[in-house]
Design a protein around this ligand. Structure first.
Ligand SMILES: Nc1nc2c(ncn2[C@@H]2O[C@H](COP(=O)(O)OP(=O)(O)OP(=O)(O)O)[C@@H](O)[C@H]2O)c(=O)[nH]1
Ligand SMILES: [Mg+2]
Length: 408
């Protein structure tokens, strides 16, 4: 607990008593100005912020970026965790798109362990989803409910006519487009417009993500298709306030595992309120380990909970290497699972190191890439574990509090 105080409070508050009545300005990452705003809204103390934030959220969001507000709420909840009831936290993600776009395939590919060939076998036998299909994944201690809306036109009508039933309480909406189905672009774009329309009418303000799916390695996008994709992104940027045209679309393919893992990990980290703190801690772990990439994967869901990469390419390389490795290690228990070497285009040798870790009884896999030969050679297991624990343990332990409480 005291370590958590160190991380979340300004120096002058670290040794004081009566945490719940601290003014919000005690939080590390908040300015005087910002704390005044919260005070005006009745969120003057840590306790009030942690319990009454939801009534004032919209007002705060008008003045301050959401990421900042989220991190204050998370910090106040984390600080009071010992006194807070164990609340259920969770998230709801909707996947939507016309039939055959690949929604069910994406959800299967995300959870699949084992060889790619056995994944393709499963996907070949898929039949169209009949209406709403729900599944639940445990991601970083939150329950993530994944809702797929089967895209055949007979089902689409119902979503558009009774949207509240499907869209209320959603944290993120993913729209999936089959980029190889040129003759269906028009239909897919129209459906997207309709869905945005009903969501906007319901005043559902959530992040939207676009998956340009079936972006297989050998598939080349022609100019005409590229034009359509650009106009979709422009349309989204215009109509959806929480769609960022620079970062919120993904090229995914079941043939490129890193593409799916990367996209979903981005989305799940976005839902987590402690994202900023985790990012900072992860960067310092990477520095401590002299790693060009460091990532911590939740073994059950495959989701990358924390990651830092010096270059984007290294992240893709590591995600792919992670998937390759877990194909063969499902049941094997060894401290060091794998060490591998990759030579990159510019003749740089990256050493990939993977190991099994446990935090609070949950299994994690750590992956890193380093060019430091001596580091890789005399790898001291305990030292590695120590560095990670020192920086990330608290974040991992409290990850279950890292999402908004579930709406009933
Ligand atoms: N080439 C290629 N084919 C894919 C990919 N992902 C899925 N498919 C194929 O696309 C077809 C349709 O996939 P589904 O996942 O059933 O599509 P869906 O969006 O769930 O369809 P509905 O349930 O009817 O809405 C299947 O035959 C998959 O094998 C991909 O990345 N590349
Ligand atoms: Mg389906």
């Amino acid at each position: 607990m005291s370590e958590l105080k160190d991380k979340l409070l300004k120096d002058e508050y670290k040794d004081k008593e009566d945490l719940r009545n601290f003014p919000v300005v005690a939080l590390l990452d908040i300015t005087e100005e910002e704390s005044k705003l919260l005070k005006e809204l009745g969120l003057d103390t840590i306790e009030n912020l942690s319990t009454k934030w939801s009534d004032q959220y919209a007002k705060m969001a008008k003045k301050v970026p959401k990421e900042r507000i989220n991190s204050w709420i998370a910090a106040s909840r984390l600080l009071l965790v010992e006194e807070t009831e164990k609340v259920t936290t969770g998230a709801k993600i909707i996947m939507v798109g016309i039939d055959n776009a690949g929604k069910t395939s994406l959800s299967i590919a995300l959870k699949h362990r084992g060889a790619l060939s056995s994944l393709f076998q499963r996907l070949n036998g898929l039949t169209p989803t009949r209406g709403l299909l729900r599944s639940k994944i445990d991601v970083f201690g939150m329950d993530v409910h994944l809702h797929e809306l089967g895209g055949q036109s007979i089902y689409r009508e119902d979503y558009l006519e009774n949207p509240q039933q499907y869209f209320v309480g959603t944290d993120t909406i993913i729209y999936v487009i089959d980029i190889q189905a040129k003759d269906r672009f028009q239909e897919s774009f129209e459906y997207l417009k309709q869905i945005i329309n009903v969501a906007n009418n319901l005043k559902i303000k959530v992040p939207w993500k676009i998956f340009f799916h079936k972006s297989d390695p050998e598939y080349e996008i022609d100019d005409k298709s590229a034009e359509v994709f650009n106009s979709i992104i422009e349309y989204m940027a215009d109509k959806c306030p929480y769609f960022n045209p620079a970062t919120d679309f993904f090229r995914t393919s079941v043939r490129i595992r890193s593409s799916i893992l990367g996209a979903f990990s981005h989305i799940f980290r976005g839902i987590s309120l402690i994202q900023d703190g985790v990012n900072e801690a992860t960067e310092s772990v990477a520095q401590g380990l002299d790693a060009d990439f460091f990532g911590l994967y939740d073994f059950r869901s495959n989701i990358c909970f924390a990651r830092f990469a010096k270059e984007d390419e290294l992240e893709d390389l590591a995600h792919n290497a992670y998937y390759d490795a877990i194909e063969s290690i499902v049941d094997i228990r060894e401290p060091f699972l794998r060490i591998r070497r990759y030579t990159l285009d510019d003749n740089v040798n990256e050493i990939f190191i993977l190991r099994d870790l446990k935090f609070s009884g949950e299994r994690y896999i750590m992956a890193m890439l380093t060019t430091d030969e001596s580091m890789a050679k005399d790898l001291d297991q305990d030292a590695i574990q120590e560095i990670i624990e020192d920086k990330l343990q608290d974040w991992i332990e409290f990850r279950g509090y890292a999402a908004f409480p579930m709406e009933k």
